[in-house]
Design a protein around this ligand. Structure first.
Ligand SMILES: [Mn+2]
Length: 329
């Protein structure tokens, strides 16, 4: 890890104009890591542009620096270097980045086991709870000052990616770093209130429709899979944007006796985004890879073309195969 950090620190010292990017459909870790690193670079007096293809979900707009994020790279660049955070594949960094001619040296900072090491320098640590943890490590290694604003961003990154420290990814290191970030000014209740106690009413209207699609499928003594689905029509009726359904998949996994929860989110004509959550007995990253996606052992996803019932049947089959292959723990 140290040599890769040394190389990245070299890049940091040599450059003046930096780009920081993260994945499409950004969530807490993507946004927190992106903003934390961007603010750290600016603190050094560097010119740092933060780019996300997609809008920042409303509940993360309070994060320091959020208003400085750009959603197009047209006319920007060249850059001396680009830092990509929390993203396993280059094509998930947004169209403008993929088409960018002069990103400079690409430093890939990520914790997805499925990362394909697309960077010139790859700091990929699947053992890290969040990319935010690695940005924290990088700031420490490069002696960058972690201000209160940076601490809030990195705390949110770790907090959200560990499911509020509920997942097995909540390692001693995650707690230690989060504790340090609290010492540096991140306020746990303030963050919780803004991130978890601040949902728009339309989220509940949408959730009511989504919960009515619940299907719990028995797997012959091997646990169960529960599915939920959300259609474009439901989004329309609730007046909700697509990110309003973020996290709904956890309602499927949270049922007694259920090993795997799945959410099927319609995102176009005969196209669905599938989110899978496991309690640990099934590696859903592996399931997702067979459909061209990726993620973590207990949280993964992919997009798939076809009708809802057909896609559901294929996913249930794939999970059933894993459940009965002796992989259940
Ligand atoms: Mn992450």
């Amino acid at each position: 890890m140290d040599r890769r950090f040394d190389k990245a620190i070299e890049v940091l010292k040599r450059g003046k104009r930096f780009l920081v990017v993260s994945h499409v459909g950004p969530e807490g870790d993507a946004i927190g890591s992106l903003l934390g690193l961007t603010l750290a670079l600016r603190g050094l007096g560097k010119d740092a542009t933060a780019y996300l293809e997609d809008r920042i979900p409303d509940l993360f707009k309070f994060l320091p620096g959020a208003r400085t994020v750009v959603h197009t790279l047209e006319g920007l660049g060249p850059f001396d270097a680009t830092f990509a955070v929390d993203c396993g594949q280059k094509d998930r960094l947004g169209r403008d980045f993929v088409n960018l001619k002069d990103p400079g040296c690409v430093v890939n900072i990520d914790h997805h086991a499925t990362n394909d090491c697309f960077g010139d320098i790859n700091i990929v640590e699947p053992g890290a709870s969040a990319a935010g943890e690695l940005v924290y490590d990088f700031c420490k290694a490069a002696s960058l000052e972690i201000t209160r604003d940076i601490a809030v961003n990195l705390y949110v990154a770790i907090h959200t990616d560990t499911g509020s420290f509920r997942y097995s990814s909540a390692t001693p290191e995650a707690f230690i770093k989060a504790g340090e970030l609290v010492r540096l000014g991140a306020e746990p209740w303030d963050v919780s209130r803004r991130v978890y106690e601040n949902y728009p009413a339309k989220r509940y209207r949408l959730l009511a429709m989504v919960l009515s699609t619940l299907d719990v499928i028995e797997m012959k003594g091997d646990g169960r899979i529960a599915t939920l689905s959300v259609t474009l029509d439901m989004f329309r009726k609730a007046g909700a944007e697509k990110d309003v359904a973020d996290g709904f998949v956890n309602y499927a996994r949270g049922i007694e006796g259920v090993e795997v929860g799945a959410l099927f989110r319609e995102c176009g004509a005969l196209e669905y985004k599938v989110s899978l959550r496991s309690k640990g007995g099934v590696d859903v990253a592996e399931v997702s890879r067979t459909f061209g996606g990726g993620g973590h052992r207990n949280a993964a996803g992919f997009t798939m073309k076809g009708g809802l019932e057909e896609i559901k049947a294929r996913v249930i089959d794939a999970v059933r195969g894993r459940l009965t292959n002796g992989q259940k723990v």
